[in-house]
Design a protein around this ligand. Structure first.
Ligand code: NAD
Length: 475
């Protein structure tokens, strides 16, 4: 069985303990990974601090960092097939989706390579007796905590802008799906970044993750994961007032207006809630449909869900398993709770008789106040609800504690834009769920978090502004 290692101070390191990683498609053990100790975490933080203090990243000409980033992108592209297969087997996702994580990671490095040398400050006029300008300064040591649902691409999403801006990075991989990330770091290792710039540790969140975010050497925290963990980390960050980016969960709604095109909508619903078995923070987990289209849309969505082929990722099915037995049990329990509250299970709601951790594609008719319509399921479960007026749809869409993304489907530019501008969230899709890309800013409001990843805006999450104000000695 393959055993994967941690990456500390330029070395691949084993540990006394190890964690077991399952293949969710077969429910069999797939590999093991070294479980980092507190001493390993301290070593990584000390090496990152040394890299920062010696200015190995921040003091070089930014164009050099761009070149490292481009070399990293090229090396990542070479590992798409090898890394994709590992990501597919450890995570359960389809082989193509797993490869796409590596392709997307390469794009993050290419994109932020282009920004490393464009962090330009401004000159501020204060009259002839003063010269005043700003500089963007990297925070220093960035601790980045990664979730299991897209471990490779989410790792690259935060790592690339952090490095481009000149930070050293200590990454905590998710204990349940840490393997493919090691290939990402292997690729980046070839690019010439200075020793101490990047470290990868796998360990328990409550042990290593918690230690890292409270570490005396931490200058910034980037957390992507669930709301309760994010809240815990914010409390820990408060002791040192550590600047943080929080990318948390969602309960995102799509509003279907009376003139929406059915085929366009169906494609988006399939991707929106069944891609990665619904284990997507920005999943379309609620569908709000105008009453004149409700029966038609409901029937079409149920038929689409029932037509999906379920299977292991390597067979490239329409829908793959959940990450773990625990996640499968949690999703089924939430469906059962919905049933007890009086929601109607229109299709799915059960675990198919397959060896992996599957849940059938599920569509539930529920009212907005029910738990299933309020809480994040993180599984292939769509809640469908009718509405009568535009205002009612907006109120229901905005009526949760989250605010990550939202969507509107309809033909009228006027109405779709009018509705879009009233939806709570960091990103609103019109007529295509997941429209946008690595170039478009992404992040939440409310309990979905704060700070932005992706796009040009994200790099400013990895720097602070220094103002230099000069009093001239005039003759
Ligand atoms: P999680 O919160 O359980 O774990 C996320 C990471 O935090 C893991 O690496 C874990 O080991 C670590 N961790 C746990 N306790 C910690 C602690 N006390 N201190 C420091 N680190 C700790 O989340 P998950 O189950 O891995 O991921 C699913 C969640 O992530 C969902 O809620 C999903 O919506 C969210 N998510 C958000 C985004 C986004 O960009 N907004 C993207 C993907 C996933």
């Amino acid at each position: 069985m393959t055993h994967f290692l941690n990456y500390i101070d330029g070395q691949w390191c084993d540990a006394d303990r190890s964690l077991t990683v399952m293949n969710p498609g077969t429910a069999e053990v797939y590999a093991t990974v070294a479980q980092a100790s507190i001493a390993d975490a301290d070593r990584a933080m000390a090496a990152a601090r040394r890299c920062v203090n010696e200015g190995l990243l921040s003091d070089v000409r930014p164009a050099i960092r761009s070149q490292w980033m481009l070399k990293a992108a090229a090396a990542i592209r070479e590992l798409v097939d090898e890394g994709g297969l590992i990501a597919c087997r450890e995570n359960g996702k389809s082989l193509q989706d797993a490869k796409d994580e590596f392709l997307e990671s390469a794009r993050y490095f290419e994109y932020y390579a282009g920004m490393a040398d464009k962090l330009e400050g401004t000159s501020i006029p204060l009259g002839k007796n003063y010269i005043d300008f700003t500089q963007y300064v990297p925070f220093g040591v960035s601790v980045q905590i990664v979730p299991w649902n897209f471990p490779v691409s989410i790792c690259a999403r935060s790592l690339a802008p952090a490095l481009a801006a000149g930070n050293a990075v200590v990454i905590k991989s998710p204990e349940i799906s840490p393997l493919a990330m090691t290939l990402l770091i292997k690729a980046i290792e070839k690019a010439g970044f200075p020793q101490g710039a990047i470290h990868l540790l796998c360990g328990k969140g409550t042990e290593i993750g918690s230690h890292l975010v409270q570490h005396p050497e931490v200058d910034q925290i980037v957390f992507t994961g669930s709301v309760p963990t994010g809240q815990r980390i914010l409390q820990d960050a408060a002791h040192r007032a550590t600047p943080s980016v929080m990318e948390l969960g969602g309960k995102s709604a799509a509003i279907v207006l009376r003139d929406a095109d059915l085929q366009t909508l169906l494609k988006s619903v399939q991707a929106g809630i069944f891609f990665n078995a619904g284990q997507v923070c920005s999943a379309m987990s609620r569908l709000l449909v105008h009453k004149t289209r409700y029966e038609e849309v409901k029937a079409a969505v149920v038929a689409m869900a029932e037509g999906l082929v379920i299977g292991q990722g390597e067979s490239q099915p329409d829908m793959t398993p959940l990450i773990s037995k625990e996640q499968q049990t949690r999703v089924l329990a939430m469906i059962e709770q919905a049933r007890q509250e009086g929601a109607k299970i229109l299709t799915g709601g059960y675990a198919p008789e397959l060896s992996g951790y599957f849940v059938a594609p599920t569509v539930i008719e529920a009212t907005p106040d029910m738990q299933i319509a309020q809480e994040e399921v993180f599984g292939p479960v769509l809640v469908i609800t009718p509405f009568e007026t535009e205002q009612q749809a907006i109120d229901i869409a905005n009526g949760t504690v989250f605010g990550l993304v939202a969507g509107v489907f309809g033909e009228s530019l006027n109405q779709t834009l009018r509705v879009a501008q009233q939806l709570r969230g960091g990103q609103v899709f019109i007529n295509e769920w997941f429209a946008g890309g690595i170039e478009t800013p992404f992040g939440g409001v409310g309990l979905s978090g704060f700070g932005r990843e992706k796009g040009q805006e994200a790099i400013y999450s990895y720097v602070h502004t220094r103002n230099i104000a000069i009093r001239l000695q005039l003759d």
